[in-house]
Design a protein around this ligand. Structure first.
Ligand code: ADP
Ligand code: MG
Length: 260
């Protein structure tokens, strides 16, 4: 395996707050990698730096060995890096089909027809189990279903690597299982994943390798079983058990409220 995505020494501060502090890791091509860590450890900031939503103060991001550091989000997306957001960015007033098709604006003209045809968008909605709702406005969906729409929106771009920010956060167990299955299926078709997630059962069951962040940097990594029993990791979670969900994700309604 070779590194598809690599972060070297990423550093980012917001005023006096050091959100990323010389943080480095690699994501092997064809793998499903996890990125975990306590709240505020810098996971979302890392996604923002990789995808160009935040500028790194120092360090570099490489895609197949080529530096893509601090390029515009649209450019990074066109290089094959897709992402979802911790709180979904689905448009409530648009139908699911329209939600998928708004993404075409960011795609080079030559690929628009191929990627954003009705047939392909329907196929993607079918893939996430929502084809029957293609003409329904997204505002009627549950929070979990919106996450699935967002996954379909990312897939429409035909990415090589997908960054998922808390795909299981605040959604019901049945949908969590479904999202896990969809990720595995895409991975079998060659898509590489980097997944931020608080649900330990989900992340440990899904990922080949898990990277652990604390205070803006990586403190451990390895196979799920290794990471689970690593004293540094248990320490980072304040001696708590890794099997306990963090309470912020337990209430679906609160998340739903926050997402508006
Ligand atoms: P995580 O996703 O691991 O919970 P974040 O990357 O969201 O962590 O946040 C890391 C730290 O950076 C937190 O202390 C957070 O409050 C801070 N932070 C993140 N984004 C901003 C921002 N745009 N402005 C100021 N502080 C931020
Ligand atoms: Mg976050």
């Amino acid at each position: 395996m070779s590194a598809l995505l690599e972060v070297r020494g990423a550093t980012k501060s917001f005023g006096g707050l050091q959100a990323l502090d010389d943080c480095s890791f690699v994501v092997e091509e064809g793998s499903i990698a996890g990125l975990i860590g306590p709240n505020g450890s810098g996971k979302t900031t890392m996604f923002n730096v990789i995808t160009g939503y935040e500028r790194a103060d120092a360090g570099s991001v490489l895609l197949q060995g080529n530096a893509i550091t601090n390029q515009a989000p649209g450019r990074i997306c066109s290089l094959g890096i897709g992402r979802t957001f911790q709180l979904t960015r689905v448009f409530s007033r648009l139908t699911l089909m329209e939600n998928l098709q708004v993404g075409r604006a960011g795609v080079p003209r030559a690929r628009r027809q191929e990627l954003y045809s009705e047939a392909r968008c329907l196929e993607l909605l079918d893939f996430v189990g929502l084809a029957a709702m293609a003409r329904v406005s997204a505002g009627t969906l549950s929070y979990g279903q919106r996450k699935l729409v967002e996954l379909a929106m990312v897939l429409a771009q035909d990415p090589r690597v997908v960054l998922l920010d808390e795909p299981a956060g605040g959604i019901n167990p049945l949908l969590i299982t479904q999202i896990g299955e969809r990720i595995r299926e895409l991975n079998r078709r060659g898509v590489t994943f980097l997944v931020v997630e608080h649900n330990m059962e989900f992340v440990m069951g899904l990922c080949d390798v898990v990277w652990v962040m604390e205070r803006g940097t990586v403190i451990a990594h390895g196979e799920p079983e290794q990471v689970r029993s690593d004293p540094r990791v248990l320490d980072a979670y304040l001696g708590g058990s890794l099997d306990e969900d963090e309470d912020e994700n337990e209430n679906e309604d609160e998340q739903e409220e926050a997402a508006r």
